[in-house]
Design a binder for this molecule. Sequence first.
Ligand code: AMP
Length: 424
Amino acid sequence: MDLSPPRGMQDFLPPRSEALRARAAAAARQAELFGYRSVEVPALEPTELYERTAGETSDVVRKEMYTFEDRGHRLLTLRPEATAGIVRAYLAHAQQLPSPFNVDTIGAMWRYGRPQAGRYREFRQFDLEVIGAPEPDADVEVIAVGDRFLREAGLDDIELQVNSIGDEVCRPAYREELLSYLDAHQQELTDEHRARFRENPLRVLDCRDEACRAVSRGAPKISDRLCGPCAEHFAAVQDGLAAEGVPFVHEPLLVRGLDYYTRTAFEVVAGSLSEAQAAVCGGGRYDGLAEIIGGPHTPAVGFASGLERILVALGNEGKEVEGAARLDCFVVAIGGEAIEPARKAARILRDVGLSTMSSFGPRSTKAQFRMADRQRAQFAVVIGREEAVAGTVTVRRLSDGHQQEFGIDEAAAWILTLREEGSE
Ligand code: AMP
């Protein structure tokens, strides 16, 4: 059988699997620092949820969903994004939940797109949401978490772009204005957008094709057409970002092409990625989403950041992905008498927090030292006949061969001290 993973999906093996896990752990830590709580929602939802929320004109719904019928004839879809599921769960349990509800989740998403570097059919997102907060400070905080997360990852060549896309008060008039502009320029659009721009004109502004971009650059800008409250909100978000020390640029062509998105839209683009998939984080305000799935009006803001894409961007910036965490100890047992004491020694080392391995079953001393080397162990904890009889272990620091014989408890304490010194 063919051993490759499904097209557009990847096997993550060490050290990339560990780099991915490290990013996920860093994401959870940032969210925790701001007091966000973690949520887990199903990876599958009724297809209807995404049809309603993503809108039938969106690429995700038209072309990219993994949809199937289960054995009970229910139409289900593998989640293409996390927000809709989280808001559904929030609405189902709102009575018991605090307001605002500040949450994060990390998990796989699926989109049946055309695979290329940085664009996969299965990918992982760090997703952060504040549900039930209309204040611009919520937007500022969400963006600040994303910015800290990306900078902590080590990305330098990134730019935060923000815009406001108005709301149901100011957007309809803008939409009409944009429609007549596009109508006058339709010959210059790509075939797809010429055929579809009337359904959702804002999507043209989102198109990466150079022809559409040229038209977009001359188009009226939503941020020049904001109503008073939207303009005030946008000014407060920009002031808040400046006060937080988060650098940003105003990008007037940045939009989200769905009606439930309101006001703030933002994206972090990495200069080292190709333009079509340069975003390492994207988000914004979605005050209209809860109502679309049958809940009360619930202002909310959030972002999603792609973990694989961060690794690609780090690689492009010439930064190595973090390698495997190094192993502290490898227990080497020489001869039959050493097997039981070695087992006990490994248990004690792990109990004090030292990562420890040993071979399964008896092996030659040489083979065991080779294994220790391969695992990049820092110390070999050797038990031979003499140590077995004396109830001791010989600890050898593998970097320089320095070694000493101890009782196992002293040995553990010594390794812990040396490890601390080594990490300073
Ligand atoms: P979106 O929900 O499309 O705004 O995506 C949010 C973030 O998820 C993007 O900024 C990317 O970092 C990441 N992302 C989106 N689609 C993909 C994909 N197909 N493969 C890898 N990462 C993706």
